[in-house]
Design a protein around this ligand. Sequence first.
Ligand SMILES: Nc1ncnc2c1ncn2[C@@H]1O[C@H](COP(=O)(O)OP(=O)(O)OP(=O)(O)O)[C@@H](O)[C@H]1O
Ligand SMILES: [Mg+2]
Length: 236
Amino acid sequence: MSPILSVSGIEVSYGTIPALHGIDLEVEKGEIVTLIGANGAGKTTTLRTISGLLKPRKGSVTFNGKNISGVKPHIITGMGVSHVPEGRGIFSNLTVNDNLELGAYLRKDKITKEEYERVFTLFPVLRERIKQSAGTLSGGEQQMLAISRALMSKPQVLLLDEPSLGLAPQMVQTIFRVIREINAEGTTILLVEQNAHMALTTAHRGYVMETGRIILTDSTKALLASDRIKKAYLGG
Ligand SMILES: Nc1ncnc2c1ncn2[C@@H]1O[C@H](COP(=O)(O)OP(=O)(O)OP(=O)(O)O)[C@@H](O)[C@H]1O
Ligand SMILES: [Mg+2]
């Protein structure tokens, strides 16, 4: 079976400054794959290239067998790849409900009652907050909204950029529990994280990035057991 998402030899630069030096990465349907690495390694750049926000200078991104490099972001979203950006990217002045509706904007139909219920089952607090402006939500609630909004485009692949960043430990647990639930319901996930411990205990496989290159890839079980990973990313 061919992977649902495949990144092959992508090179990306900001102006003349190279950020990615030929990244290869594959995600099989149904997997949670994590991409970990230090600040500035190129994790966000990789996700932004997959979702069409950046164009690779070389290499390609393939989704369901189609080359999507250079395709516009909203087309890629419509095809089934949804990106929850670093910093969440929700509209603070709009209500929670308006943010969810924006997530469904590319569809031809309205958000169904079942979809609202699914969101409220994943994140019960959003039911109470539905008419509130998104800027008044806590950081954790904003992350819940960002993930819920991304689900409104009915993605086959969900790209998550640092969903746990800046959240209290209990909220981190909640977000990761929901990531597992969304995956169990059939959505494939590519998860970028600096919280290597949570990422590696949640995902099936992992890639480790350093300065624009993948330096290691393995099952998360093997990565968690690796001395190199323990030393560099797991605090011991
Ligand atoms: N808009 C930009 N203009 C110029 N350089 C950029 C830009 N965005 C990122 N870079 C550079 O590209 C490299 C990769 O950055 P990227 O944001 O992809 O890293 P990251 O792994 O997501 O880091 P972090 O963990 O801090 O989010 C870094 O050297 C960064 O300084
Ligand atoms: Mg980043």
